[in-house]
Each structure stands twice: as structure tokens, then as C-alpha cells.
Design a protein around this ligand. Sequence first.
Ligand SMILES: C[S@@+](CC[C@H](N)C(=O)[O-])C[C@H]1O[C@@H](n2cnc3c(N)ncnc32)[C@H](O)[C@@H]1O
Length: 238
Amino acid sequence: LRNPACTQALSAATDWVGYDLYLDLASDVKQAQTEYRFPLGGEEARVRYAIELAKQGKNVALVCSGDAGIYAMAALVYEIIDLEPNRIMVEVVPGISAFQAAAAKAGAMIGHDFCCISLSDLLTPWAVIEKRLHAAAEGDFVIAFYNPRSLKRRDQLERAFAILNNHRPPDTPVIIASNLGRPTEAVKIVKFSDFNPDDVDMLTLVMVGSSQSRAMQRGDGKTYAYTPRGYAKKREMQ
Ligand SMILES: C[S@@+](CC[C@H](N)C(=O)[O-])C[C@H]1O[C@@H](n2cnc3c(N)ncnc32)[C@H](O)[C@@H]1O
């Protein structure tokens, strides 16, 4: 799902900085670029390294997955250049985020108002996340959950579903989408009442429908989910 603008930026760069897996995923574009591979975590060191290379006049690609501006490195680059101003040029190249890929693969779940919530409380206090969960539940948004679960963080997803429980009918569709755009991609749709957090790991995006979202089965035997935009009312008036 890498778009042409991202491919072009990767090709034009002299240096690539990124987490191992992301550089592996871009390997088909690699020519003579110098790679600086970093382990998962240590984001600030990775960003500072990229900034130092850029200060030396290199054309640096700081490689992220999905969209670099969504729970990724672009905000940290701006945070650091805001703290320590310099004259490097920064361009954020938009990508396709996991919520867009998941919704498209499963049908058209974000046809109406939606929001994204990260369930990681490593950088955000749980009280703040909980407040947003209540607001999104009451606001009847379609909700995309990023960072739903990891080896260390096991129970945030259960807590989020407990908050949503009073605001969503039991048959509300839930998309469980893993490894989107990769050979091991898996996308399934279950009912809110049948959702099992054990189907989820850190490479999964979970998307819960609004009270208006619907699931349907098609001739290929697969289930799809969508959120109507409101044309039914318009049809009724005709
Ligand atoms: C730190 S965020 C990075 C988000 C990324 N910048 C994006 O725009 O999709 C990591 C979380 O994004 C989601 N994610 C990222 N890549 C994914 C993929 N290929 N398939 C499913 N979920 C993914 C998962 O919820 C994962 O825990």
C-alpha cells in the first residue's frame, strides 16, 4: 500500500533511518542508500540521528509504517526542531494509515464520523485515554484502536470494550485487521458481543462500528462492514 510519493521520497534519499522491519519492507526500492537500522523503541535517538544526518547535508528518509504523521515519527521531528531550532528542510510525505487500510479491506466502515484512539498508556496516562473512550462512546463515533495490545499491556482493550458496552448494540461490527498490506494480512469481522481480545496482538488494528454500522454477507461468502452516510433519509424523501 506504499503510495508513489513515498516510493519517490525513498528513491531520492541518500540515507534511510528506521526500525529494522520498516527498512526491510522498503527493500524493493533500495539502490545505493546508506541504511541506519534501529531496534524497536528508542524513537528519540532515531529522530535525532536522522536530524544530525540532515544537518550534514544528507537527504534523509526517516522511514515509518502507514502514515508518518499518525502515531509515528513526524510529530517527534517537529517536537525536536521546535526545542532545538535548525535550518534543515522537513517534508512529511503522507501514507496510508492502518485505519484506512482496515476500513477499505473490510468494506466501508468509515463512511461517517470516526476517530482514532491509541490504547498505549506508555506515553499517555490511562485517565486521559479513558476520558476519550467515554467521549467517543457517547459521541457514537466509529473508533479505530491503535496499539490495542502488546506483550506487556494486556488489559486495555478489555477495559475499552467495557466502556463501549453500554453504547453499542451487541451486533455492532468489529473489524480485527492484522498485518495489513503484508503477506500475512488477516482481516475478519465479528459482532461486538463475540469479540475476543485474544485474537489481537500489537500488529493489529481493531475498529468498532458506530450504532449505525452494519455487517452484511455477500455472494463470495465473506462478511463486509459499512457505515451508511445517511442517503436512506434522502431516498425516503424522493
Ligand atoms: C505506533 S502505531 C503506528 C501507526 C502507523 N503510523 C499508521 O499510520 O498506521 C502502531 C500500531 O498501528 C497499527 N498498525 C500499524 N501497522 C499495521 C498493519 N500493517 N496492520 C495492522 N495494524 C497496523 C497497530 O495497531 C499497531 O499497534
